[in-house]
Design a protein. Structure first.
Length: 82
């Protein structure tokens, strides 16, 4: 099941809770190239968009792409409660 990670804090939480079999998608500004490489070296499936994913419109666009790669799967989206 793919996860759309929107923030560094979200990426750190997923790493901390041990999500390893899931697919992580994130905007270009979430983690550094070195951090992404570390996740991949640890066996995590990470896809990084070439642009940030911050606004509702950018999330909607990202979901279109994720659904193309993972049809019929539930996509988890990082969110915070204000």
């Amino acid at each position: 099941m793919p996860w759309l990670v929107l923030t560094r804090a979200g990426a750190e939480r997923i790493t901390r809770i041990g999500v390893t079999a899931e697919v992580l998608w994130m905007g270009s500004d979430v983690l550094s190239g070195e951090e992404i490489q570390q996740l991949r070296s640890a066996g995590r499936d990470v896809t990084v968009f070439v642009h940030p994913v911050r606004t509702a419109a950018e999330v909607a666009d990202a979901l279109v792409t994720i659904r193309e790669h993972h049809p019929g799967e539930v996509v988890w989206i990082e969110a915070t409660v204000a």
